[in-house]
Ligand binder design. Structure first.
Ligand code: 4NP
Length: 157
């Protein structure tokens, strides 16, 4: 069976989407399903391309046992929309930007929002923590742990 290919996307690919990638990797691992998934992340903008995840995000993620190792890269529309099965945006602006860069209708149909898979948390976006305080990074992880489990359940039910 082909692996399910998931691409998590935020604005800069240094806070939310690298965290989503790590949390989702942990979720599939926990369920013994790591071999059935291929998980990556990317950003709408390329200004952090080639760099590591944000040091604050890494610190809060590590406290929960997640190692953020991914290197920032921008979305490559012609490749990513073909290769990945699902493109998971963190907020409404990401959704709009992804829909605008999607090359065709099949690509647009792959764009979803992370919080659509929330199980218990009542947020409709994963808020950008970049310019805010420490609480924002904790909220990102809370939302991602809730919604990644929900995404896994939906994909495997
Ligand atoms: P992210 O956070 O989209 O969760 O990676 C941001 C990172 C960088 C910037 C904005 C948001 N930036 O403007 O550089």
């Amino acid at each position: 069976m082909d692996k399910m290919r998931l691409l998590f996307v935020c604005l800069g690919n240094i806070c939310r989407s690298p965290s989503a990638e790590a949390v989702m990797n942990a979720v599939v691992e926990k369920h013994g399903a790591a071999g059935r998934f291929e998980i990556d992340s990317a950003g709408i903008i390329g200004v952090h391309e080639g760099g590591p995840a944000d040091s604050r995000m890494k610190r809060f993620a590590r406290k929960r046992g997640y190692q953020l190792n991914s290197i920032s890269r921008p979305v490559k529309p012609e490749i990513d929309f073909e290769y990945f099965d699902l493109v998971v945006a963190m907020d409404d602006e990401n959704v709009r930007d992804l829909l605008a860069m999607a090359p065709n209708e099949a690509a647009r149909a792959k764009v979803v929002k992370m919080t659509d898979y929330a199980q218990s948390m009542g947020y409709d976006e994963v808020p950008d923590p970049y310019y805010g305080g420490e609480d924002g990074f904790i909220l990102v992880l809370d939302l991602l742990e809730d919604a990644c489990e929900g995404l896994y359940q939906q994909l495997t039910s």
